[in-house]
Design a binder for this molecule. Structure first.
Ligand SMILES: Nc1ncnc2c1ncn2[C@@H]1O[C@H](COP(=O)(O)OP(=O)(O)OP(=O)(O)O)[C@@H](O)[C@H]1O
Ligand SMILES: [Mg+2]
Length: 480
């Protein structure tokens, strides 16, 4: 989080305007003791000059001065320095000017000669009020500026809402449903819940429901006793027990078999679990966060998900919006991912070219934040120099990734080895270089141009990937 200026340590600024020097002196002394920084002015015009340069928190204005009427000056200050309180002072206590002053927004009306106690009291009360207001403003901007929450980044209003929802619910909620498309940060959100609540420091246990064989589910979640089924050679605690005191994250809950759903519902309702093969009930104190990228309501309607479990889980629902619905997060996330990747790869990257930025801003992002992160990392790997350009992005948009909405030429160039499954970055780079070399019949000058790197940079990569002396994969790979 960004550091905030501490509004409390800076003293409020008071500008005093009076044509009588002794009055200025008195106020300077009293206000100094009351905790103000004080600037004194002998005329209305001087005061306006000072105020335009340094907007004050409070102005004390004499009602009658040679160059200006105090009420006019009050009007000017209220117009030009929003938030500046004004106190009028006069030697000629007159009811109508007092009323007029208050109507115009003056805070107080003091008569001269001063009643020192009153003067002091008014100054202190005003200072307290100014500081309280500054604190409120600082807090508001702190909330608005919370661009990171327990590892989740986001500046869009929708993500800000997600942060504040998690922050408010984490201390109390025991069952939470997080929904959102793939790669929107559901797991990150679950961890944020755990971190922001009273269970931080206790276990966070994940079970991916799509990765468990149907017949083993019950034992995975609730454990089993020795001999409960073939292969149960020892008794074993389940995930619920492993998460005792902490959080159990049920990822892809939509994949949970119906038979296990009933048992999960029981565990949620009674806070008790029963190992497979045992008659004993064990109490567990576990927060359960379930995540899904399916529409569980539709699953309920289709009879694939139990309605009663859905309603039990759905007490608190956090919906993570798709990246395409919060495009203002794209530049911010990109910058963060680029900074991380550049640091890891020890590259002097500082940002993207404007064209590359536009490309990212307009892509489809079906794979959401995960896809953006992958693209940025791959581009970073391909990049040379200080800026990531469109060309590196073209190389970074993989076949398994969404194609950009615009720039079809880039999308076309981006198709890398479409038959290949996910591979380590290094392998992808090697493949991509080979592909490009094939396309340009082994002409390194041309390949470097397509790849958007210098010939020397290409040569270094060829050496690294041991491609220097390799026979041309197709056509003639000749040295240029
Ligand atoms: N708001 C975010 N700020 C920073 N990184 C994020 C954010 N959202 C997602 N990520 C990153 O994107 C990747 C995917 O996030 P995560 O695994 O939480 O998504 P998911 O919704 O669980 O996806 P899936 O449905 O495919 O399991 C992770 O590397 C995660 O760190
Ligand atoms: Mg996930």
């Amino acid at each position: 989080m960004m550091p905030l200026p501490n509004p409390v340590t800076a003293k409020p600024l008071l500008v005093v305007v009076d044509d009588e020097a002794p009055v200025l002196k008195v106020i300077e002394r009293v206000a100094g003791k009351a905790g103000y920084d004080v600037v004194t002015c002998g005329s209305g015009s001087e005061a306006m000059r000072v105020l335009m340069r340094r907007p004050a928190d409070l102005a004390m204005v004499d009602l009658r001065m040679p160059d200006v009427n105090g009420l006019d000056l009050l009007r000017q200050i209220r117009g030009a320095v929003p938030g500046c309180e004004v106190i009028l002072m006069t030697a000629y206590a007159a009811v109508d000017s007092a009323v007029e002053a208050i109507k115009l927004g003056a805070r107080e009306y003091l008569t001269k000669p001063f009643d020192f106690d009153r003067l002091r009291r008014v100054l202190v009360e005003t200072r307290v009020e100014i500081e309280r207001r500054a604190q409120v403003v600082a807090l508001e901007s702190q909330v608005a500026r919370q661009l990171e929450f327990c590892g989740m980044l986001g500046r869009s209003p929708s993500m800000q809402e997600v942060f504040s929802l998690i922050q408010r619910l984490a201390p109390h909620a025991k069952v939470v449903l997080i929904s959102g498309q793939t790669g929107t940060g559901k797991e990150l959100g679950a961890r944020a819940f755990h971190q922001a609540g009273p269970r931080r420091g206790r276990p966070f246990v994940t079970i991916n429901c799509s990765a468990v064989v149907d017949t083993l589910f019950e034992s995975e979640l609730f454990g089993h006793v020795r001999g409960a089924f073939t292969g149960a050679v020892d008794s074993k605690p389940g995930m619920f027990e492993a998460a005792q005191g902490g959080t159990l994250f049920l990822d892809e809950i939509g994949e949970l078999p119906l038979s296990v759903q009933a048992k999960l519902l029981r565990a949620l309702e009674y806070g008790e679990v029963q190992r497979v093969g045992s008659l004993q009930l064990k109490r567990v104190d576990v927060a359960v966060i379930a995540a899904t990228n399916r529409d569980l309501r539709a699953e309920v309607a289709a009879g694939r998900f139990r309605g009663d479990l859905f309603y039990r889980l759905n007490v608190v629902e956090v919906v993570l919006p798709p990246l395409s619905e919060r495009r203002e997060d794209i530049p911010y996330l990109t910058a963060a991912f680029l900074r991380d990747a550049a640091q890891r790869m020890r590259k002097p990257l500082t940002g993207l070219t404007p064209a590359a930025e536009r490309l990212l801003l307009n892509a489809r992002w079906d794979g959401n934040v995960r896809e953006l992160k992958n693209v940025v990392e791959r581009a970073c790997m391909l990049a040379d120099g200080n800026l990531v350009s469109e060309r590196e992005l073209a190389g970074a948009f993989g076949p398994d990734l969404a194609q950009p909405l615009r720039s079809p030429d880039i999308a076309a160039k981006a198709r890398i080895a479409p038959e290949k499954p996910a591979a380590p970055l290094d392998a992808i780079e090697r493949e991509h270089i080979l592909d490009v070399l094939r396309q340009v019949n082994g002409n390194r000058m041309a390949a470097a141009k397509v790849l958007g790197i210098s010939r020397r940079a290409l040569y270094r990569r060829l050496e690294r990937h041991r491609l220097v002396d390799e026979a041309p994969p197709a056509g003639s790979l000749r040295r240029s």
